[in-house]
Design a protein around this ligand. Structure first.
Ligand code: SF4
Length: 450
């Protein structure tokens, strides 16, 4: 076993602790606030109130489409995905999704609004066939046009792509193709349960390049089971050789409900996941190599080509409090300050739509302070934030509201601030998700992202 790898024993992670050593079950990627465990079915009337009211005049709008199909379940995956659905079930799901969008488009909070972005996420959107995709896009566009949108993102798994399918993806207007490569080493891909191997990555790249998408993003994970310094260096070099417009790197987490986490909690198997120091070192190494190859930092996870104007409209909109219609099984949305989540069961999803109802399961109406906290922590993932933005939008001085928290993190060497800027130090930047719970209201500190 590599020196960097240790056997992890299950032990719940505490929320506000910035010196994590081992990768324990329960570690989280902060994607929203307050954590999902505080969202409740009891708040659904508030969601319907928001949906049936006029939108906030300044709010932008995006559409998220959840495509929950994958060829295989990755052992680190905690998303709602299905690996056993046939073509007619997929067709039925896409019809239901189109119906859901139709229901939304007639609501006072959505009607007539321009979409700023569309995001096909998963799961594996590229799992669906070219024919299904073409019909689905036609139906959707007839309900809610996206021709004026600034960005259409489509997540892909390399082994599901073919040249004709990529042509359809391009034709329906996708601008940002996001390729889930994760690693180039076949033994690591296999061990972690990924469906693709490196051969499939290289088979698909010439087709992608020829179609000239506005932006090609590559996703990597630092710290997959079996990773060593040698394999990671190779993965980073091979990524640079491909010359993508953007590279996104996540540090391997062990949220509840993954195959790996379950075996750890059941005591069934040892799962050698690199410790946090090692994953941070790998993350830092990749960022340094990418910087030397002409990339610049866009967020704690993403580097983009310096000489090309690369944006990530979906991310920036969500991190700045945009409205978002979240469609599909278990997906998340946000309308006029209220968080909304869909039902997580396949049958429940169909039952609701067949009855002509939105398939909502729980909601959370946020207060102004919670919206301020949410935007502040999400934007902190960009490495720096500007107090003037929050003063304009929330009439709040974040240096006062979060002053004691900033002071504490400054004392720990994670962050620094002036009147004009709050900035993470390189140390803080590499562990931003571990720092963010510091800013949570006391009652949300031990909340789970489930
Ligand atoms: S491809 Fe993505 S969504 Fe599908 S199982 Fe793997 S991690 Fe989960």
């Amino acid at each position: 076993m590599n020196d960097n790898l240790k056997i992890i024993h299950a032990e719940p992670a505490t929320a506000a602790k910035h010196d994590w050593k081992e990768t324990e079950v329960g570690s989280v990627f902060v994607s929203n606030y307050p954590p999902y465990s505080f969202w409740k079915p009891d708040y659904l009337p508030k969601a319907f109130e928001a949906l049936n009211a006029k939108p906030r005049p300044e709010a932008t709008l995006g559409l998220y489409l959840h495509i929950p199909f994958c060829r295989k379940r990755c052992k680190f995956c905690y998303f709602r995905v299905y690996t056993d659905k046939n073509s007619s079930e997929i067709q039925a799901y896409l019809d239901a999704l189109a119906k859901e969008v139709q229901l939304y488009s007639a609501l006072p909070s959505i009607k007539g609004r321009r979409l700023k972005f569309v995001y096909f996420g998963g799961g594996t959107p590229s799992y669906i066939s070219a024919k299904h995709l073409q019909q689905f896009a036609k139906k959707l566009k007839a309900t809610i046009p996206w021709d004026g949108a600034e960005e259409i993102t489509f997540e892909c798994e390399p082994g599901t792509l073919s040249e004709p399918k990529l042509e359809v993806i391009r034709k329906i207007g996708v601008t940002r193709l996001s390729l889930g490569i994760e690693n180039f080493n076949d033994a690591i891909l296999e061990e972690n349960g990924r469906a693709h191997l490196s051969e499939e990555i290289y088979r698909t790249l010439p087709w992608i390049k020829a179609l000239q998408f506005d932006q090609l993003n590559i996703d990597l994970i630092a710290g997959m089971v079996g990773e060593t310094w040698e394999t990671w260096r190779e993965t980073v070099q091979k990524t640079i050789d491909i010359d993508p417009d953007s590279v996104t790197i996540y540090q391997m987490e062990l949220p509840y409900n993954t195959v790996y986490s379950k075996s750890l909690l059941d005591g069934q198997a040892e799962v050698p996941v690199a410790n946090w120091d090692t994953k941070r070192a790998w993350h830092e190494y990749a960022f340094e190599q990418l910087a030397a190859a002409g990339y610049e930092i866009s967020s704690a996870y993403t580097m983009v080509k310096k000489n090309k104007k690369c944006q990530f409209v979906y991310r920036d909109a969500v991190w700045h409090g945009s409205d978002m219609i979240g469609t599909g099984v278990a997906s998340f949305g946000h309308i006029s300050g209220t968080h909304i989540q869909n039902v997580a069961g396949w049958n429940e999803y169909f039952d609701a739509l067949n009855a002509g109802k939105l398939p909502l399961s729980r909601a959370f109406p946020t207060t102004a302070k919670e919206r301020l906290t949410r935007e502040m922590i999400l934007q902190l993932k960009m490495g720096k934030i500007n107090p003037a933005y929050f003063a304009r939008k929330y009439d709040a001085d974040i240096l006062k509201v979060f002053g004691p928290h900033y002071e504490m993190l400054r004392h720990e060497g994670m962050l620094d601030f002036t009147r004009d800027e709050v900035r993470l130090t390189p140390q803080g930047f590499l562990r931003v998700d571990q720092l963010l719970p510091t800013f949570y209201d006391q009652k949300y500190r031990n909340g789970r992202y489930t």
